[in-house]
Write a protein that binds this ligand. Sequence first.
Ligand code: GAL
Length: 383
Amino acid sequence: MKRKVLSAILAVAMVATMMVGCGAKEETAAPAETKTEAPADKATEEAAKTTEAGGKVGVAMPTQSSERWINDGANMKAQLEALGYEVDLQYAEDDVQMQVSQIENMIAAGAQCLVIASIDSSALVNVEAQAKAAGIPIIAYDRLLMDTDAVSYYASFDNEGVGTAIGEYVKTAKDLEAARAAGESYTIEFFMGSPDDNNAVLLHRGVMGVLQEYLDDGTLVCKTGRTSFEDTCILRWSQETAQQWCENYLTGFYADEDLDIACTAFDGFAYGVKAALQGAGYTAENWPLVTGQDAELMACKNILDGTQTMSIYKDTRLLAEKCVTMVEAVMKGTEPEINDTETYNNNTIVVPSYLCTPVAVDKANLEELIIGGNYYTKEQLGL
Ligand code: GAL
C-alpha cells in the first residue's frame, strides 16, 4: 500500500520536474502512468511544493568498483531529486579517510540529512557525532553504522536471511540429505565478507546455520579447515583476494581432488573464483557450485553461461525507496515503514530498521525474476 503511495508521489514529482524543466534526469525511469493530463500550471504548482519541501541530502556511498553501489547511488539520487531534494552523492572508493572527509564536507555544505553506506562501519563515530551535534539526522544504508547513537533508521536486506538463502541453496542443489544417507561427501570452501561490515558477520551466521551440521558429520569436507568467520572473511570485499585464495587452494589442497562448492558471499568473489577455476583448468564437466550475492549484471550473465550457479537478488530500487521514506520521515516528521525494532543493535542502540527480503536467483528463475522484474533487460543480458 505504502509503496503505491510513494510511487504516485514520485510519478507526480517526476512529471512536475520534467514539465518545468528543473533538472530531472532524462534516464529517470518514469512509469507509463505518469503521462497524466495535468495542466502546466498545476504541474508548476506541484513542483514548487516539492522544491519548497526539499532540502539538501548528502549520500555517502562506499565504492564504484562494484556495479551494485553505482545503481544504489543512482537510484537514491533519482528518487530524492524527484521529491524535490538537492542531492550531494559521493563515492569514497573504499578509502575510509576519504569517506570521513566527504561526510565532513557534506555537513559543512549544509546537508540537512545524511544517508551513509559505510566502508568501515565503526570508523565514522566522530563524524557521526559531529552531525548529531549539528542536528543532522543520519540514515544507515544497507550497512549498519556501528557504535553510535547518531543514527535514526536503517534500511537493508535481512542479512542473516541472505546467508540462510545461500546455505539452503547449497543444501538443496547438492541434496545434502541424500548424500548424508548414502555416506557421500562434497568438498567446500568459504569466501566471506569484510570484517568491518556487520552484514558479513550475519551472512556467515546464516550460512553456517544451515551448513554447519553437514560439516560436522563429514557430508561437507572443507579441506583447508577454514570455516570460521575469522578464517574466511575478506577485507573490503576484495575480488582480488578471493581469486588469490582460490588459486592457492586449487593448487594446494585441491591438487588431486576437485573443489565441489565455492560458497562465496558476494558476486565480486564469484568473479575471482571463476578466474581461478579457469586458470586451474576447470571445465563445465567439473565446474563447482559457485554462490554469490547482489545479482549484478555480470553475475546474471555468468549464471546464464554456467560459470556462477546462483546469486542473491537484492532489488536496489526497493532499498532506495525504503531509504527515501526514512529521509522523508526525519526531514518532515512523518513515520517511515519499519519492520524490525529488535535485530540491529549497533553496540550503542537498537536501530529501527526496514529489512527487504532477499531472493535466491539461478538459471531456473532468472528470466522471471530479473527480466520480469525489469531489473535488467534481455538486451543487457545478451539474450
Ligand atoms: C555488503 C552488502 C552486499 C555486498 C557487499 C559488497 O555490505 O550486504 O550485498 O554488496 O557489501 O559490496
